[in-house]
Design a protein around this ligand. Sequence first.
Ligand code: CAA
Length: 282
Amino acid sequence: MQHVAVIGSGTMGNGIAHVFAQHGFPVALIDINQSALDRALTTIGKNLDRQVAKGTLSEADKSATLGRITAYTNLAEGVAQADVVVEAATENVELKLNIFRELDQHAPAGAILASNTSSISITKIAAVTKRPTQVIGMHFMNPVPVMKLVEVIRGYATSDEVTAQVMDLSRQLGKTPTEVNDYPGFVANRILMPMINEAIITLFEGVAGVEEIDTVMKLGMAHPMGPLQLADFIGLDVCLAILRVLHEGLGNPKYAPCPLLVNMVMAGRLGVKSGEGFYTWT
Ligand code: CAA
């Protein structure tokens, strides 16, 4: 049985801990903040309750899943037994580089160090460790318990063996892993973010309103959510940060973030998390 450590207990971190624990892995969930860990465990319990209510999980499996998760506020203690670490901290380059320096120091020498980053270079993250062959991207989609994809990102130095292990591990979670190379935005966000940006430009130019744009894409293209609603869910600050990575990293003006998106982020309109974005969230 492989021991897993998850760094960060926000939306992605708690979802990742949830799926590993549900599939039988002992999980150390690590965050600097005890109250964030308490909130994460409550969220995981509620999301497991949805599965129980649907009849896809028994009460006994729910309890067993929760019983496999141990919360830690100390990174060194939390990763001491880990075979695989999945980092899902805030999307900030310096923060992630510091976490990987610490992980390299405290995780067992053979442990795989994965990042759930949506756009920061895996090669750059790997370069601050002494084990770049064991560093890889494991990009889960939100909501993690529901979405089937894991985008597996090979950094410049990631070994074939580690890639194969992470592909297999993702399958053990009931997910479909897809191998991609480490270039700005990988595949998921290189394609998703220009679509979201174009939806915002369409709104900015007055071609149509928020609901009209989302309705066209939902009903016309069978997307589960329109691009503006999805942007609110992802977080407008996150969308802006990813577009900047694409714009700078690929050097093509087609990725320039729409000025409306820039203004909304400056005004603190971040979507669901701030209560206001393209829609009002209560
Ligand atoms: N945990 C467990 N189950 C959950 C859940 C959670 N957090 N959230 C939803 N569910 C389950 C529900 O119980 C329900 O199950 P059944 O299908 O068995 O009934 C199912 O998911 C659908 O949920 P709802 O009926 O409440 O709502 P919905 O039909 O509107 O679907 C949605 C919700 C799955 C989020 C859907 O709207 C959707 O697919 N949206 C798009 C999501 C998406 O594109 N995600 C990727 C974002 S990009 C990203 O994550 C990466 C990045 O780098 C930016």
